[in-house]
Ligand binder design. Structure first.
Ligand code: ACO
Length: 332
C-alpha cells in the first residue's frame, strides 16, 4: 500500500469587518503611520467588535466557509483542532465551542497553544491522525481575537496585532501530495520576553492584576525580534536542506506575519525572490494563529497541484517551526 500523507484539500479564512487604520491609532497613542509602516510593514488591521463575540466566532465563520467550499457535511468531520492564544474562556476548549456552533457532532476536538507557531503545531498534530489512517477528515483552525488582550494605551504593542482566522481540511492522500516534512522547536527560557502575565494559575485575575494591566500582551520587542529573525530563518533553511529544496523549486514561502522585516530576512536566507513570498501583513497586522491560514486563503487561487510550499513561524514561548507541503489541488 502507498504511504498515506495528509493533504490540505480546502482552506477558508475570515476577518471581521471593522478596520483599524494607522491614522486611527495616531489618535489613540503617540505613534505615526510612518513609524508603524517602516518598523513593521502594517497599514491596517481588522478588529472584532460587538459584545459577547470571541475567537470561536471568527473560527466558526472560517469553518462554515470551509465546509461549504469543500462540499463537506459537518457529520463527516472526525477531529477539530484549534490553535489560539485567545480562547473564548480558559476552558472549555474553543474547538468544542466551534464544533457546537457549526453542528459537528461526531468528532472530538481540542485546542493547542503555541502562540504564533500554533497553527503550524496544530497542522503537524492533525496530520498525524490522517497519516496513521485513523481519520479521513480533520479540520485544523488558527484563529485569534488579539484585540481582547491588547492594551490600546501601549504604543509598543497595540499597533502590531489584529483579529482573524482560517481553517483547513486535511484528508488522506496516496499520490505524494500534502504535508511531507515538519520540524518544530520550543525554548521555554524565552517565556519572559513575550507573555500575558496574569489570568493563569500563578497569578489568577484580581483587581490588582487588572489595575496593573497584567491581562494584556507584554513584549520586549527588540529581544523577540532578534530571536524571531534567527529562529524563523534557520528553521526555514533547515527545511530546504532536509528536502533538497531550492529557491527555484519552491513555489511560495508562507511565513507567519509578525513583522515585514522578519519575513524579508527569512526570504533572504532562503534565497527566495519576494514575488514568491506570501505577504498580507499590511492589511491584517499580526493575527497570531490567523496569519498563515489567511495567507493560504488569499493565495489559494494562484496555487497549483504539485506546488512546493514552505510554511514558517516564530512565536512567544519561544516556539518556532517550519513545514514542507506539496499542494494537492489546482484552483477551482
Ligand atoms: N510608535 C512610535 N514609536 C514607538 C512605537 C510606536 N508604535 N513603539 C515603540 N516606539 C519607540 C520606542 O519607545 C523606542 O523609543 P526610544 O528609542 O525613545 O526608547 C523606539 O520606538 C524603538 O523601539 P524598539 O522596540 O527598539 O523598536 P523596534 O525597531 O524593535 O520595533 C517591534 C518594535 C516592531 C515590536 C519589533 O521589535 C518586532 O517586530 N519584534 C518582534 C515581534 C515578534 O516577532 N513577535 C513574535 C510573534 S507575536 C506572538 O507570538 C503573539
Amino acid at each position: 500500500m502507498s504511504k498515506i500523507t495528509a493533504a490540505i484539500t480546502g482552506i477558508h479564512g475570515w476577518v471581521p469587518e471593522y478596520v483599524l487604520t494607522n491614522a486611527e491609532l495616531e489618535t489613540m497613542v503617540d505613534t505615526s503611520d510612518e513609524w508603524i509602516i517602516s518598523r513593521t510593514g502594517i497599514k491596517e488591521r481588522h478588529i472584532l467588535k460587538g459584545k459577547g463575540l470571541g475567537s470561536s466566532d471568527i473560527a466558526t465563520e472560517a469553518v462554515k466557509g470551509l465546509l461549504e467550499k469543500t462540499g463537506t457535511s459537518a457529520g463527516e468531520i472526525d477531529l477539530v483542532i484549534m490553535a489560539t492564544v485567545t480562547p473564548d474562556q480558559l476552558f472549555p476548549a474553543s474547538a468544542n465551542i466551534v464544533s457546537d456552533k457549526v453542528g459537528i457532532k461526531n468528532a472530538w476536538s481540542f485546542d493547542i497553544n503555541a502562540a504564533c507557531s500554533g497553527f503550524l503545531f496544530a497542522l503537524n498534530t492533525g496530520a498525524k491522525f490522517v497519516e496513521s489512517g485513523q481519520y479521513k477528515k480533520v479540520i485544523v483552525i488558527g484563529a485569534d481575537k488579539m484585540s481582547a488582550i491588547t492594551d490600546y494605551t501601549d504604543r509598543t504593542t497595540c499597533v502590531l496585532f489584529g483579529d482573524a482566522g482560517g481553517a483547513v481540511l486535511l484528508e488522506p492522500n496516496t499520490e505524494g501530495y500534502g504535508i511531507l516534512d515538519t520540524k518544530n522547536y520550543t525554548d521555554g527560557s524565552g517565556r519572559d520576553y513575550l507573555y500575558q502575565k496574569a489570568g493563569g494559575s500563578v497569578l489568577p485575575p484580581t483587581h490588582e492584576t487588572i489595575d496593573a494591566k497584567q491581562h494584556y500582551i507584554r513584549q520586549e520587542g527588540q529581544s523577540v525580534f532578534k530571536f524571531a529573525v534567527k529562529g524563523m530563518a534557520d528553521v526555514a533553511a533547515e527545511m530546504m536542506e532536509r528536502n533538497n529544496l531550492t529557491s527555484d523549486n519552491i513555489a511560495y514561502l508562507v511565513p507567519h506575519q509578525a513583522n515585514l522585516r522578519i519575513i524579508d530576512a527569512t526570504a533572504r536566507r532562503m534565497g527566495i525572490d519576494k514575488s514568491k513570498v506570501m505577504i498580507n501583513i499590511e492589511r491584517y497586522g499580526n493575527t497570531t494563529n490567523g496569519t498563515i491560514p489567511m495567507c493560504l486563503h488569499e493565495w489559494e487561487h494562484k496555487l497549483k497541484k504539485g506546488d512546493n510550499l514552505v510554511l514558517a513561524a516564530f512565536g512567544g514561548g519561544f516556539t518556532w517551526g517550519a513545514l514542507y507541503l506539496k499542494w494537492a489541488y489546482d484552483p477551482q
